[in-house]
Ligand binder design. Structure first.
Ligand SMILES: NC(=O)C1=CN([C@@H]2O[C@H](COP(=O)(O)OP(=O)(O)OC[C@H]3O[C@@H](n4cnc5c(N)ncnc54)[C@H](OP(=O)(O)O)[C@@H]3O)[C@@H](O)[C@H]2O)C=CC1
Ligand SMILES: CC(=O)[C@@H](O)[C@H](O)COP(=O)(O)O
Ligand SMILES: [Mn+2]
Length: 458
């Protein structure tokens, strides 16, 4: 556990995203508790540079867009740092996403010379920095796996928003973590962790993960056929990044979260259930063996679980607004519609099918979500793609029969991404993508298909 006699040194991975910018707001409001040791982002060099200068961050990491050379990524970051310095010297302040105006001292701006990390492994290197205490993984997607493993191997507390890394890594991630080394940031899992403090493990009867139901709650499968990317991004209660917002609309997010709860809290999958709660005020519940159910409630604001994750296991006073009990309000619950939204039952079957099936599920979903937003496939094709790719997945031919390793997870992912893309790339009729065996990649050739490994190049 990080020391308590000085501010915790925080590494923020995904600092330019929804989780990352809200984390910086918490850090800024609590300088006695936190200081920023490193920031890492994907391609938003401008915002990253402004954050780095405003927070005087010693290490700044940028992956860069696909195909960019390390030199170009670093060069671009240097240019943006110079631009941020110029603006700060001129105005005495910088306006940051979610943080607002931050005053920048002239001498600090002039003297600022951070260490730069650039390229695909930059976030992983930042996660492994020796002098850090806490790594917040707020990267989107299974590209967050290598940084998650690096943070655990370095012995840091891992404040985990990037659920994908736990789900695709499965026991590989769990086995690397010391007890208590992962502090959940996902709102439902933060809620569960808080409620679980009320009883011993053998007193827990089941975990109940709440779901907003997304923007299409109540729609039938037929009604979902023509929904647009714009509609899918209208989340009823949360303001989040594109991937997780789309996943909320398909209920893939809830599917991932059910598996996440199972893995994080060592509860058998058949004792984790999901229920729709449209207000997103109760973030999840734990039912105990005596019939008692404990719920964690707060208005939907990720600053609460982010702050608790950064300061785990202690709370951060004033992190977010509490419920207003003077105001009339209603909290509703309703069962899931598994027919219109089959993502959760699909995930439960996948998790029970083998240790790499959820890596295949997630990779197929990531590809399909990008294709949906590119206008290549329809909304229903997202989960249909996951189902078809899982159906075609033969682990013995794709990854062999040995024990599961990082490399085999990455091979399964590569195969799944290629299999998903084959549905629309070779279909010839992109608007009506569908999977047939002939469209799927040859499993034996999967080692050469798809993007480069996430971890394998370290
Ligand atoms: N947003 C929310 O409220 C919640 C999010 N989560 C989870 O948290 C994670 C982040 O979500 P969210 O903040 O919404 O996502 P966003 O899309 O808003 O942000 C993603 C962040 O990841 C960065 N990134 C992408 N690729 C890399 C890379 N290779 N190396 C380093 N950084 C990279 C992006 O950088 P850039 O912008 O520069 O490309 C950006 O900073 C997801 O796993 C999500 O499921 C969970 C609960 C709630
Ligand atoms: C805030 C958070 O944790 C998100 O993962 C949220 O849960 C998404 O809402 P859904 O319940 O609609 O998936
Ligand atoms: Mn969540």
């Amino acid at each position: 556990m990080p020391p308590t006699d000085r501010p915790r040194r925080i590494v923020v991975l995904g600092s330019t995203g929804s989780i990352g910018t809200q984390a910086l707001d918490i850090i800024r409001r609590n300088p006695h508790l936190f200081e920023v040791t490193a920031l890492a982002a994907g391609s938003n060099a401008r915002e990253l540079a402004r954050q780095a200068l405003a927070f005087q961050v010693p290490v700044v990491a940028l992956a860069g867009a696909d195909g960019m050379s390390q030199g170009d990524v670093e060069g671009g970051l240097r240019l943006h740092l110079a631009g941020a310095r110029e603006e700060a010297l001129e105005r005495g302040q910088l306006d940051l996403d979610d943080v607002g105006l931050v005053a920048v001292d002239t001498d600090d701006a002039q003297a600022y010379e951070p260490t730069l990390l650039a390229g695909p492994d930059a976030a992983t290197q930042a996660a492994a920095l020796e002098h850090a205490d806490v790594v917040l993984n707020g990267i989107t997607g299974s590209i967050g796996l290598a940084p998650t493993l690096a943070a655990l191997d370095a012995g840091h507390l891992l404040a985990l928003a990037n659920k994908e890394s736990l789900i695709v890594g499965g026991t590989l991630v769990k086995d690397r973590a010391q007890p208590g080394q992962i502090a959940p940031v996902d709102s439902e899992h933060s809620a569960l962790a808080q409620a679980l403090r009320s009883g011993t493990p053998d007193e827990v009867s089941q975990l109940i993960v709440t779901a907003s139901g997304g923007p299409f709650r109540g729609k039938t499968r037929e009604e979902l056929a023509d929904v647009t990317p714009e509609q899918a991004l209208q989340h009823p209660t949360w303001d989040m990044g594109l991937m997780v917002t789309t996943n909320s609309a398909t209920l893939v997010n809830k599917a991932l979260e059910v598996i996440e709860a199972h893995l994080l809290f060592d509860i058998p999958l058949d004792r984790v259930q999901a229920v729709v709660h449209p207000q997103s005020v109760i973030h999840s519940m734990v039912e105990f063996v005596d019939g008692s159910t404990l719920a964690q409630a707060s208005p939907p604001d990720m600053r609460l679980p982010i702050a608790l994750g950064l300061n785990w296991p202690r709370r951060v006073p004033g992190a977010a607004q509490a419920c207003d009990w003077a105001r009339p309000q209603e909290w509703a619950f309703e069962p899931l519609d598994h027919e219109a939204f089959p993502a959760i039952s699909l995930a439960v079957r996948a998790q029970n099918s083998g240790p790499t099936h959820m890596a295949v599920y997630n990779a197929a979903n990531e590809e399909a979500v990008h294709a949906f937003h590119a206008g290549t496939i329809g909304f229903l094709d997202i989960v249909d793609t996951i189902a078809a790719v899982l159906e075609a997945y033969a682990p013995e031919t794709v990854i062999g029969t040995g024990p599961v390793t990082i490399d085999s997870v990455l091979s399964a992912e590569r195969w799944a991404r290629a299999a998903a893309r084959a549905r629309w790339e070779s279909a010839g009729d992109p608007g009506h993508a569908h999977t047939e065996a002939k469209h799927l990649p040859d499993a034996a050739a999967s080692g050469t298909a798809g993007p480069s490994p996430v971890v394998g190049e370290q």
